[in-house]
Design a binder for this molecule. Structure first.
Ligand code: DQA
Length: 148
């Protein structure tokens, strides 16, 4: 079974009530469920971590180098735009990596158009709200097939 690690950064715990105009009304549980449902359909499993602590995300990425993780989907929240620590941890990890955002980051404030993690991921999905989660699961599977 393909093991996908789904990671969420800061403030994404507040989904459901956080800025619904940009992020919709789905909760964190809802988006994780959407990813898990898609994974079930394609014979994969999804482990999930959300954290407000940058170091915790870095530590989890380090562990993913040796714990059997096959692919990573990461919505790094605001860290996307400035965390070189998360960028470097992602770079260390050699499995397929998909950057994911609920909102259309390129159509918002200029600082959101910069991603310091994009270049160390295999691709990015942004702007499709909760629908981006099943897309990201499919993308990780496609990347794994391509590498096989
Ligand atoms: C986000 C976009 C980021 O700019 C923002 O800081 C978030 C959520 C998204 O999913 O659209 O926390 O990653």
């Amino acid at each position: 079974m393909v093991r996908i690690l789904l990671l969420h950064g800061p403030n994404l715990s507040q989904l459901g009530t956080r800025d619904p105009a940009h992020y919709g009304t789905a909760t964190l549980d809802d988006v994780v469920r959407a990813a898990r449902q898609e994974a079930l359909d394609v014979g994969a499993s999804v482990e999930h971590l959300q954290t407000e602590l940058e170091g915790e995300l870095v530590t989890r990425l380090h562990a993913a180098r040796t714990d059997g993780t096959d692919a990573v989907i990461v919505n790094a929240g605001a860290w996307t735009h400035y965390s070189y620590a998360i960028r470097d941890a992602l770079e260390l990890l050699e499995v397929p990596k998909v950057e994911l955002h609920l909102s259309h980051v390129h159509a918002r404030e200029p600082f959101r158009a910069t991603s310091v993690i994009a270049a160390v991921c295999d691709g990015s999905i942004a702007g499709f709200g909760i629908d981006g989660y099943p897309l990201a699961v499919r993308a990780t599977l496609a990347l794994l097939t391509r590498r096989a």
